[in-house]
Design a protein around this ligand. Structure first.
Ligand SMILES: [Mn+2]
Length: 319
């Protein structure tokens, strides 16, 4: 049986979801995707090619949400694939709209947990490998990373993922990493060697980014604005930023208008802010989207507007 796994490229949960898939289906082809339109087009292309061939194909999509803007892009290929008896299993833990669920539910197997308590890797474990010790431990590592539980020792794989994403051949680097994870290798000399190269680059970026950081108080919320770096893993780095600034909220921005949102406490939900942006989505504790602006000054203005619209009485309530 042919198997193709599509998983989220940008974090440990995506990598481990793929690794658990690989333990179950060692023959699987793995394609790592982000949230760009090109990513979803790749998915459509691969599935439609398989729909034309008379051989059963299983597709697994993991740790990727479906936003309403991509439903139309995918629906037809899902319909064809169910007609062709190809299996399509979508495993995810991001918030989906009622509409997205209803549009695709009929044509694919949707393993969706929206309680906000599980990561995609845990869902992959439950769907494909219940009882497998290696998969169970891998899933628990992804959970610890996703929910910042700090109850387990984690090797710096998340940062290595960030490093590999900066390369042209990131797909094959991430694939090699997920293969090693699927074999139970959480760290080795090659990874150590890459990590040393990465550390030099990330330390330089850290200094630069921290020196250009800005802080604003918006409706009694302390918001810090930080430039994104291709070498810094946002969730991990946000912890350092919060330690230094003690801000409530961190907004990471880049020159393409891409915004990542992290929080330091439960005063606000990151996804509420993200939903006011283009292609915005995510979780309470971590979310992202796009703004049509790219300079720091404009990003600050936009976030001020969004936050004061969302929480107009915030200052009054908490004071
Ligand atoms: Mn995830």
């Amino acid at each position: 049986m042919k198997v193709t796994l599509f998983s989220h490229e940008s974090d440990l949960d995506g990598l481990i979801s793929a690794s658990i898939g690989l333990i179950r289906f060692p023959q699987a082809k793995v394609i790592f995707l982000g949230y760009s339109k090109e990513s979803f087009l790749t998915l459509v292309e691969k599935i439609s090619i398989a729909n034309k061939i008379n051989e059963k194909h299983t597709f697994i999509i993991s740790d990727l949400g479906l936003s309403d803007s991509f439903v139309d892009l995918l629906k037809n290929v899902f319909i064809d694939s169910s007609k062709n008896k190809n299996d399509l299993i979508w495993v995810d833990h991001h918030p989906w709209s009622e509409n997205s669920i209803n549009e695709v539910n009929e044509y694919i197997e949707l393993v969706l947990d929206q309680t906000g308590k599980k990561c995609a890797s845990e869902l992959m474990y439950e769907r494909f490998l219940v009882g497998n010790e290696r998969a169970k431990i891998l899933a628990s590592l992804a959970h610890a990373m996703d929910f910042f539980t700090k109850d387990q020792y984690l090797t710096p794989i998340s940062e290595l993922i960030k490093y590999y994403l900066s390369f042209q051949d990131s797909g094959s680097r991430l694939f090699n990493l997920s293969i090693r994870l699927s074999k139970g290798i959480l760290w080795d000399v090659d990874m150590e060697n890459d990590y040393r190269k990465y550390s030099i680059l990330s330390n330089n970026d850290k200094k630069e980014v921290l020196s250009s950081m800005r802080k604003r108080n918006i409706n009694c919320l302390d918001v810090v604005f930080v430039k994104s770096s291709k070498y810094l893993q946002t969730s991990l780095f946000s912890e350092e930023v919060f330690k230094i600034t003690n801000a409530d909220l961190a907004i990471f921005y880049d020159e393409n208008g891409k915004i990542s949102i992290r929080r330091n406490n439960e005063k606000i939900a990151c996804n509420e802010i993200a939903e006011c942006m283009l292609f915005g989505g995510g979780h309470k504790y971590a979310a992202g989207g796009y703004l049509k602006v790219t300079t720091l000054e404009d990003v600050i203005k936009e976030i001020e507007r969004i936050v004061s619209n969302l929480y107009p009485n915030y200052g009054k309530i908490t004071k």
